[in-house]
Design a protein around this ligand. Sequence first.
Ligand SMILES: NC(=O)c1ccc[n+]([C@@H]2O[C@H](COP(=O)([O-])OP(=O)(O)OC[C@H]3O[C@@H](n4cnc5c(N)ncnc54)[C@H](OP(=O)(O)O)[C@@H]3O)[C@@H](O)[C@H]2O)c1
Length: 300
Amino acid sequence: MKILITGANGQLGAELQKQLAAGESELGRLPDAVQNAAVTAVDVDALDITDLAAVRAFVRAEKPDVILNSAAFTNVDGCETNRDAAFAVNAIGPRNLAMAAEEIGAKLVHVSTDYVFSGEENGGIPLDETARTHPVSAYGATKLLGEEYVRQFCRRSFVVRTAWLYSYTGKNFVFTMMNAGKKFGALTVVDDQRGNPTNAVDLAHHLLKLAASEEYGLYHCTGEGVCSWYEFACEIIRLSGTPATVSPCTSAEYAAKNPAAANRPAWSALENRMLACTVGNEMRGWKDALACFMKNYLAK
Ligand SMILES: NC(=O)c1ccc[n+]([C@@H]2O[C@H](COP(=O)([O-])OP(=O)(O)OC[C@H]3O[C@@H](n4cnc5c(N)ncnc54)[C@H](OP(=O)(O)O)[C@@H]3O)[C@@H](O)[C@H]2O)c1
């Protein structure tokens, strides 16, 4: 199998490459179909996904069986102030990949976000793939349009929504909390937004299971269990042994101090129902996946 990874230098792109090289992840062996795959991994310097002509030419030349799109404009606050760039990378980019994949009969695995939802609590029930979308930020809105384009332009597509992602490399909440904790000794973290922390190992493993299948469609793929950012931060500080205290605050208190920050959904916990009904849901509980991450990271 030939696999093309776009946005390959990001958190998810790096983890996908690692698992494909090893033929396995912390969760176990990858499916036979992706074993010994020929992998081409590119980031924006080699393939800018916003350039339709470049994407078409690259895909026609490479002829991958599967395209794994891990490219995105992921700075949620930055998307508010740079809407054209957010639109280009999060909506037009996936459209270009979808058109190019369709032209050569390739599968496209595209990653989206829990921020396509508004944040209405839903009675405390995690949102499955039938839940109605209503983004409250430029990031969420552009990612939602990207999802729609992928479905519209590529028949063999998987749209996979994840959330609160962290990995061994790159910028993420786990490293931000550890670094800020070390520097300031005291952290104040929002306690009224709830979702699912997701280890990139678990996400990449499931994306590769989907890539090996023909179970096309819309998926939620997040760590099991729900917490607030404050609870997530407490666990990060505890497991890492960072000498810092963590205090809760409300979104309103945070917004008063950070007026340029984007709106974020108060409730965006997801249910991995489609995974459970197709290739299987092996996503770990968020605390177990974080503990494993921290053990490996601190042992390095
Ligand atoms: N991070 C999260 O908490 C989170 C939550 C929910 C969903 N997701 C989704 O999960 C996926 C993976 O996220 P991630 O955290 O791995 O993202 P990431 O670490 O920010 O990586 C994204 C990569 O895409 C590259 N990129 C940006 N513009 C590009 C372009 N025009 N053409 C090609 N590559 C481009 C970036 O390069 P530069 O760094 O040079 O810009 C970066 O290497 C994304 O679809 C994201 O929306 C992430």
